[in-house]
Write a protein that binds this ligand. Structure first.
Ligand SMILES: Cc1cc2nc3c(=O)[nH]c(=O)nc-3n(C[C@H](O)[C@H](O)[C@H](O)COP(=O)(O)O)c2cc1C
Length: 277
């Protein structure tokens, strides 16, 4: 490292929490926007610009989708009492209530089921785990495009995995039919003035990229380097995280209790009409 952390300014330096590699990087508005992502959990009491929802959804629908099957749907929640009860089910996270828009991304095999029926075809594949994986990938890609679109409009976003904390109750609240499952949410709004969220450093590329074949060489050193970066980040953001990234991450799956209700996922999916064969 050649400079102090507080001198890091280049988007790549902020992304990795260390001084930028000495290579030529192409920086254009899309790359800059992607690198600048940070979750926002403080929203101004302001509504979204006109047509923001439509633009965000068009961005989401522009993502690639397996065989063009488009096995996802999104529920847009804007009405405040509905948002309030949904927020309660999603880990009771206050920022969801404050956000003018809460999107719930769903794996949706119901549409294909209906089409198969109308076409007089069996739809056997819908009962297989593969189709659930396909739908979750489609929804994830769509959501990330939605996030980038929203961020490009100057909005802030935060994903909400806690949408899986109470899958049965959320399905009821959203009136989801069989074969539609709420995977995760996304709170979207105008970042509050003085919002102090910051770009959170990621693991060094050496830990993530495996050339030609998978190997764990250097893992310990890579993670030690990242732990040191994250300790400083946690302190600078007053995040009150105990220990370093390794400890924080290992605690996240230490006991079933840490799954915060999501341990019933397989059962809940089967109840909701996913065969998972
Ligand atoms: C699928 C998913 C679910 C998430 N769920 C929550 C959540 O329920 N509450 C929350 O505050 N943040 C949630 N996050 C945000 C992550 O904590 C955040 O993305 C991560 O710490 C990295 O920080 P960054 O987004 O600022 O780079 C979620 C992120 C993802 C991708």
């Amino acid at each position: 490292m050649t400079r102090a952390e507080n001198a890091l300014t280049h988007p790549l330096e902020l992304r990795y929490g260390t001084s930028a590699p000495q290579t030529e990087w192409v920086m254009n508005p899309i790359v800059a926007g992607i690198l600048a992502h940070k979750s926002v959990r403080k929203f101004a009491p302001t509504s979204l610009p006109p047509n923001a929802l439509e633009q965000i959804v068009a961005g989401a629908q522009s993502a690639a989708t397996s065989s063009n099957l488009q096995t996802w749907s999104v529920i847009a929640i804007q009405e405040s009492s509905h948002k309030d009860s949904v927020a309660t089910l999603c880990g009771n996270q206050e920022f969801i209530r404050r956000a003018p828009l809460f999107l719930v991304f769903c794996a949706d095999l119901a549409r294909l089921g209906a089409i198969s029926e109308r076409e007089g075809l069996a739809g056997e594949g819908l009962d297989y785990f593969e189709m659930f994986i396909m739908a979750t990938i489609d929804a994830g890609l769509a959501a990330q495009n939605a996030a980038l679109t929203a961020e490009s409009l100057g909005l802030g976003i935060c994903y909400v995995g806690a949408a899986r904390n109470n899958p049965r109750e959320l399905a009821t609240a959203l009136q989801l039919p069989q074969k539609v499952f709420a995977l995760f949410g996304m709170a979207i709004g105008v970042p509050a003035e003085g919002d102090s969220s910051a770009v959170k450093p990621r693991l060094p590329q050496a830990e993530i990229v495996h050339h030609e074949t998978y190997n764990t060489q250097g893992q310990e050193a890579n993670i030690a380097e990242y732990n040191a970066i994250m300790r400083k980040f946690y302190a600078s953001q007053n995040m009150g995280v105990e220990g370093d990234w390794s400890l924080h991450s290992a605690k996240r799956e230490e006991h079933v209790k840490a799954l915060t209700g999501r341990e019933i996922m397989r059962e809940a999916l089967i109840e909701r009409g996913f065969g998972l064969k």
